[in-house]
Design a protein around this ligand. Structure first.
Ligand code: GDP
Length: 290
């Protein structure tokens, strides 16, 4: 799907999501585990406001496991409940419902105290394009595809999908625009396919990716492309040309760039995480007594 975001589109997307938010108890904010911050919508906090939220780091199979653990720790420290999943290969995603029940425990207890035997919880998936919203939805409902129909207070064409007797999800995910403001974020999104390929030149995106891989995953880059240590003496552009030749593309570095981007998207360098956890600034540090 091609999505071009203009101010009008952004406002429409935000309004649609905000309308649907009224119908749910919790938001499943889906992000790409390889770029957990860059794949978040910049206005998500403002849009969701006080609605409970579970941050779902999807595509964890393609991310650096140590980094995913560190990101989960980071979010926990920032009081944002988060889990990591792999929606493509896992047939069931039981952690989602389990964690949702933990987050909404107070609501459940309150309703049970009123005499309700089954407290039905409702959620919706939200995220930018390509993070795996539809895949997560499909995995969540699996064989329970039977729609639960319209309910009072629910817009006529609003459908709920049954995950279990006490958990339902909205049938359509909320799509929000990615971040464009920061050039590095834009490049990471292009690299992993959340921004239309034609917005950027493949060689610019590949050079950006090559630089990140050199900095963070040089051994994996070397192994995947059978590079010699001496090849790393070249600058990024030089290395891109070396790789283009080595891979049989002569001097067509555009074509090699596309291959490299695809290799990265498919996880051929092993698990990689491209976002770096922010280091605490002096403002957030706890002052100590002298
Ligand atoms: P959406 O645009 O957010 O709805 O994303 P989709 O659900 O269409 O997924 C985008 C692409 O990512 C598809 O090719 C999926 O098969 C793939 N995908 C989704 N989840 C995962 C995952 O956990 N791991 C891997 N490796 N691929 C995934």
């Amino acid at each position: 799907m091609t999505i071009q975001w203009f101010p009008g589109h952004m406002a429409k997307a935000r309004n649609q999501v905000q309308e649907k938010l009224k119908l749910v108890d919790i938001v499943l904010e889906i992000v790409d585990a390889r770029i957990p911050e860059s794949s978040r919508n910049p206005m998500m906090d403002e849009i969701i406001a006080d609605k409970p939220r579970l941050l779902v780091l999807n595509k964890a199979d393609l991310a650096d496991k140590k980094q995913t653990a560190a990101w989960l720790d980071y979010y926990q420290k920032h009081d944002l409940p988060a889990i990591a999943i792999d929606a493509q290969h896992k047939s069931r995603l039981p952690q989602i419902e389990k964690t949702v029940r933990q987050i909404l425990a107070t609501k459940i207890t309150r309703q049970q105290a009123k005499g309700l035997k089954i407290v039905k919880l409702r959620a919706m998936c939200i995220g930018i394009p390509n993070v795996g919203k539809s895949t997560v939805l499909n995995r969540l409902v699996q064989k329970n595809i039977a729609k639960t129909g319209n309910k009072p207070g629910v817009t006529k064409n609003q459908q709920w999908l049954k995950v279990s007797d006490s958990f339902e999800v909205l049938d359509t995910p909320g799509i929000l625009w990615p971040k464009f403001e920061d050039p590095d974020t834009g490049m990471k999104l292009a690299l992993l396919g959340s921004i239309k390929d034609s917005i950027f030149h493949a060689d610019d995106v590949a050079l950006f990716g090559l630089d990140l891989l050199r900095q963070r995953y040089q051994a994996q880059l070397q192994q995947t492309y059978h590079l010699q240590a001496a090849d790393f003496e070249r600058d990024n552009a030089g290395l891109l040309l070396t790789l283009t030749k080595k891979n049989g593309f002569k001097d067509d570095y555009d074509q090699f760039s596309e291959k490299m981007i695809n290799d990265l998207r498919k996880g051929r360098f092993g698990g990689v995480t491209l976002d770096v956890i922010p280091t605490p600034t002096s403002e957030t540090e706890v002052p100590t007594d002298d």
